[in-house]
Design a protein around this ligand. Structure first.
Ligand code: MEV
Length: 313
């Protein structure tokens, strides 16, 4: 048997992170940064890290549940990624998706449908993050711009939108690294859960507001309305702050960036230190670029990608 290679994209949540865990919609877009995994069958067992062991077990369990026999096969693997790790851009989901696809093929000798790979990747994300919504792996598998809602554990609405992010908006979008959060995604999701238990009514209102904002962003894309988009990003950040997922350090960074545009946390966020990547809508480009260069802030241009999971070899 020969080498199997798959790649999957990272993602940016435009709106709806955390709210999506509670059945509210999220708007997510795959980006042009990708993770590639190569699997080579071998005669003896090769070392695997914990992440790969988790995927291996997840794929085996997934197949067993379908009553598909799993052969005892050994393999070596390598992972090459352009997606920053643990900063809200979906590195874990891209790994779960690409590695699931590759191992499903290794164990069964055939390519699997995107739907099945997504189901398998979701099970693995549950081991990594305890209570994920499934939005991250869905973006990694299908790519493009997706309106996602988890209705039940067994039913998720995945709407691949036919509209694109208008270039008048996308050309001004940047991703700024506020730094690696001290908390994991699982911890951040748990923290919001605890806040919900303590302040149910208040958090419910915040989640409702986030749903409205998510829908407004879709409308702003459909109407190519930059003003409406700008306002929605600003409002989204305020609601994320109410959910307690933004650190003081990140709030202060966004304040310093205020003269050049508006931004929000994207992904799980972080409160103790940094909050991962920020999605930033730039209005004063030259001054913004000079500022981030002066402060030595890591940033990249946001590029949406309509390419989801892909078999390379
Ligand atoms: C993390 O990228 C997004 C969260 O909403 C968690 C999830 O949906 O699984 C914070």
């Amino acid at each position: 048997m020969k080498q199997i290679v798959y790649s999957a994209p990272g993602k940016v949540i435009l709106s709806g992170e955390h709210a999506v865990v509670y059945g509210r919609p999220a708007l997510v877009c795959a980006i042009d940064k990708r993770l590639t995994i190569s699997i080579t069958p071998s005669k003896t067992s090769a070392p695997s890290n914990q992440g790969m062991k988790t995927v291996e077990k997840g794929v085996r369990d997934f197949l067993k549940q379908k009553k598909i026999p799993v052969p005892e096969l050994f393999f070596s693997y390598s992972v090459d990624s352009q997606i920053p790790i643990g900063r809200g851009l979906g590195s874990s989901a891209a790994f779960s998706a690409a590695a699931s696809a590759a191992l499903l093929e290794l164990y069964t000798g055939q390519e699997w449908s995107l739907e099945e790979i997504n189901n398998c990747a979701y099970k693995i994300e549950q081991v990594f993050h305890k209570n994920p919504s499934g939005v991250d792996n869905t973006a990694a598998v299908f790519g493009g711009l997706i309106y996602f809602r988890k209705e039940f554990e067994f039913l998720k609405t995945i709407s691949s939108l036919s509209l694109k992010i208008p270039s008048s908006i996308e050309q001004n979008l940047f991703l700024i690294d506020s730094g690696k959060p001290e908390e994991t995604t699982a911890q951040m999701v748990e923290n919001v859960g605890k806040l919900y238990n303590r302040k149910g009514l208040l958090i419910d209102k915040t989640l409702r507001n986030i749903e409205k904002i998510t829908k407004r962003i879709v409308v702003s894309f459909a109407k190519e309305d930059t003003v409406f988009f700008r306002k929605s990003i600003e409002d989204n950040q305020k609601e994320l702050e109410k959910l307690g997922v933004v650190s003081g350090k990140t709030k202060s960074l966004l304040k310093h960036l205020q003269p050049f545009g508006v931004g929000k946390v994207t992904g799980a966020g972080g409160t103790l230190g940094a909050s991962g990547f920020l999605l930033f809508y730039v209005e004063k480009r030259e001054r913004f670029l000079a500022f981030i260069q002066g402060k030595r802030l890591e940033s990249m241009v946001f590029h949406s990608s309509y390419l989801g999971l892909k078999k390379i070899i």
